[in-house]
Design a protein around this ligand. Structure first.
Ligand code: WT7
Length: 686
């Protein structure tokens, strides 16, 4: 369970110590610039430097018409932006649109026989599936017919998807979108219990899953999680009507877990009776929710971020075209999981809205070896690549010389999800990008729908370790803790906010509008009565600084959220999972630096009186976290302590634990109720 401690970064540059990621962030020196190549610029979609003028704050909100005009509307909107009920902004109001139509049907005229989705199974012995736009249209229609006519779904219903990285996942999402059904895809690596919480919160009518999928050479039994999810949601008060099970191999059931009579339905069997069915796309209001994406926050309950149809799709289409530089002729591979917002926006909706060929890869990047991604890129002719610093670090460690062995050429690469160390950036640029590819370091969040900060690839030079300025139409600002604006370019750290609303922003937290206002807008709102959007900056929850050149460097979360491998985990969620073990009295989790994953959770627990600490208890705690949340949350180590460092009022001082975990000086501990505990905890975590 505990890994070699030497793999941890303990840069001398780290000094501040606190529970927030931002305060334990690495402060890199400023780097020099790298320029995009002339050949990239020559073909780029966005080369017009006037774009920033076009999207200046005084052109808000009409400037965003340019985003919506990338889409086909059944009915053009009458109000670009409605601010009558801050901060519940509404975009392209009065418009009618269908997201599936925009990602599939409208491309048939020009791109019928072009590949929409390349599905790459993990096993190299299994053939890649090249699904054309025509075939995608057929499969989406047939499945939409099944959802409508066999399951009785209608616009506004919710369904929970717990699907792996297979072509059937975008097909399912698009079929929902065709009907106006709100999908909520749960990352397949999450546990059945985590899936249950999301079924319950969204009151989903169906759970849609797959029998199994391949991961690191093993056919995982995925269906077993559906049984847990269904049962747990039912026991907590919401019973889904059916469980739809896709077969990884159509015609063959690949899971050892039994089907439940009357509840479970094999999709591939029922689909036969829908052969040839076509379903008219439902003309949805622009403001109708397209999907929910659950994300972690400061409380134990994940938040269902509700994304709109028109605004969201316009935003991901525009950024796919202009920041990802996707042209219809490009083969684009975002090596993220569709279970996260990155996959929704930049594997499915964005790339398909602009008629790209998008790659869906089932397995792990380093399976069977670190050359795998580069073989895929070579075989499919991928020319745009998108991944996370965690994946880049893993590929660099296990195969630094692999990229040079393959004849692929990337014109463009993205990094997303966490800060990227300049030396890792340089390997990405030199080795993966062969010195040819332009890189964008895109900063954004589940809530924001699409990119917020990034360089515009043909217009700005790149600077390793910095995301870049706000993209066109996004106007970031940094506030200090007292609500004062830091001067632009000050280089001082503070809380990054966005001055203006934008079409991709989420609409609310599902069933929790107050939490939405409180978490994102209350802190820096200038007047809660104000109907003026200028009084409502969006608070992202990240620490950041703006250098003199206007580039933002993101330092990490300022709240109780840990970013593990580019994904958010709530400290409360992990701690409550630990408390499920009966021997545990208290739990506190802190982030520690990790060479590959950026940050990993480290868990401190104290036991109930009379319980002796044993490695078995530590193991049980770790397993409880995995069962409750998923393997991604597995603690780096579980340390059983005699007591937690506490203030006199009894509050656990995570700051002190974070310092111990990072082998740093915890600072002044004399005000603690139990200062002597610090040394004994340090002894336990040498
Ligand atoms: C948090 C959002 C964005 C989609 C994937 C994660 C961190 C995101 C960057 C970046 C530094 C980044 C922030 C943010 N983050 N991108 N380029 N540089 N940090 O989505 O799970 O909602 O997490 O990821 O801390 O708040 P998410």
């Amino acid at each position: 369970m505990s890994r070699d401690k030497s793999s941890r970064r303990t840069d001398a540059g780290q000094q501040a110590v606190d529970v927030s990621e931002a305060q334990i962030a690495v402060h890199w020196p400023e780097e020099g610039y790298f320029s995009p190549s002339a050949s990239f610029i020559a073909q780029a979609n966005l080369t017009d430097a006037d774009v920033f003028e076009r999207f200046s704050l005084d052109r808000f909100p009409e400037c965003f018409k340019e985003f919506a005009d990338l889409l086909d509307w059944y009915k053009y909107w009458d109000t670009t932006f409605d601010a009558s009920n801050p901060p519940f902004w509404r975009w392209f109001v009065g418009g009618r649109i269908n997201a599936c139509y925009n990602c599939v049907d409208r491309h048939l005229a020009n791109y019928r026989n072009k590949t929409a989705i390349h599905f790459v199974p993990e096993s190299e012995d299994e053939a890649v599936q090249h699904i054309t736009y025509q075939e995608l249209h057929v499969r989406v229609n047939e499945f939409a017919a099944l959802l409508r006519d066999f399951c009785g779904l209608k616009a506004g219903d919710r369904v929970t998807l717990h699907m792996p990285m297979v072509a059937e996942l975008p097909i399912t999402m698009l079929a929902c979108a065709r009907l106006g059904v709100i999908h909520s895809q749960v990352f397949s690596g999450f546990s059945g219990a985590a899936c249950a919480d999301r079924i319950l919160d969204s009151e989903s009518r169906l759970l849609i899953t797959m029998d199994g999928y391949w991961r690191s050479g093993k056919l995982i039994d995925h269906k077993e999680k559906a049984d847990i999810a269904f049962a747990e949601a039912a026991s907590k008060g919401h019973t889904a009507e059916k469980v739809l099970v896709w077969q990884r191999y159509p015609g063959r059931y690949s899971s050892p877990t039994k089907l439940v009579e009357g509840r479970d339905v094999i999709v591939n069997d029922v689909l036969r009776s829908f052969r040839g069915s076509r379903v008219e796309p439902v003309q949805m209001p622009s403001e109708a929710p397209l999907f929910l994406m659950y994300s972690s926050g400061t409380t134990g309950r994940p938040k269902g971020c509700q994304h709109s149809t028109g605004g969201y799709l316009a935003y991901v289409a525009w950024t796919s075209k202009n920041i990802q530089d996707i042209h219809p002729g490009d083969v684009y591979w975002c090596m993220a999981d569709i279970g996260w917002i990155t996959g929704h926006s930049y594997i499915v909706y964005g790339p398909l809205a602009v008629a790209a060929s998008t790659v869906v890869y089932e397995g792990v990047p380093v399976y069977p070896d670190a050359g795998r991604p580069w073989r895929i890129a070579e075989d499919l002719g991928v020319n745009i690549f998108h991944t996370s610093p965690t994946a880049i670090r893993a590929l660099r460690r296990s195969g630094p010389d692999e990229p040079a062995k393959y004849h692929y050429h990337f014109k463009h690469m993205t990094t997303v999800g966490e800060p990227i160390e300049p030396e890792v950036w340089k390997w990405y640029h030199q080795s993966v990008g062969k010195g040819e590819a332009v890189i964008v370091d895109t900063w954004w969040q589940t809530e924001t729908g699409g990119f917020l900060c990034s360089t515009v690839p043909a217009l700005h030079p790149m600077k390793p370790g910095s995301a870049g300025p706000g993209i066109p139409g996004i106007h970031p600002v940094i506030y200090d803790d007292d609500g004062n604006e830091l001067a632009s370019g000050s280089g001082k750290a503070g809380n990054i906010c966005i001055r203006n609303p934008w079409p991709g922003a989420f609409q609310t937290i599902w069933k929790a509008p107050d939490r939405y206002v409180k978490t994102y807008y209350a802190r820096y709102c200038r007047d809660p009565q104000s109907k003026d959007w200028r009084d409502w900056p969006y608070m992202a929850g990240d620490g950041a600084l703006e250098a003199a050149d206007g580039y933002f460097r993101i330092l990490g979360r300022i709240d109780d959220v840990i970013n593990v491998a580019g994904h958010r985990l709530g400290t409360k969620e992990i701690e409550s999972a630990a408390l499920l073990v009966p021997d545990v009295a208290e739990a506190a989790v802190v982030p520690v630096a990790d060479e590959i994953k950026g940050k990993v959770p480290e868990l401190y627990v104290s036991l109930k009186p009379g319980v002796e600490p044993t490695p078995e208890i530590a193991h049980k705690v770790s397993e409880a976290v995995v069962a409750r949340i998923g393997a991604i949350a597995r603690p780096h180590q579980v340390i059983i302590v005699p007591d937690m460092p506490k203030t006199r009022s009894g509050k656990i001082m995570r700051r002190v634990l974070a310092a111990i975990s990072s082998h740093q000086d915890p600072g002044d501990v004399s005000t603690l109720a139990n200062p002597e505990i610090v040394d004994s905890i340090r002894e336990l975590n040498r």
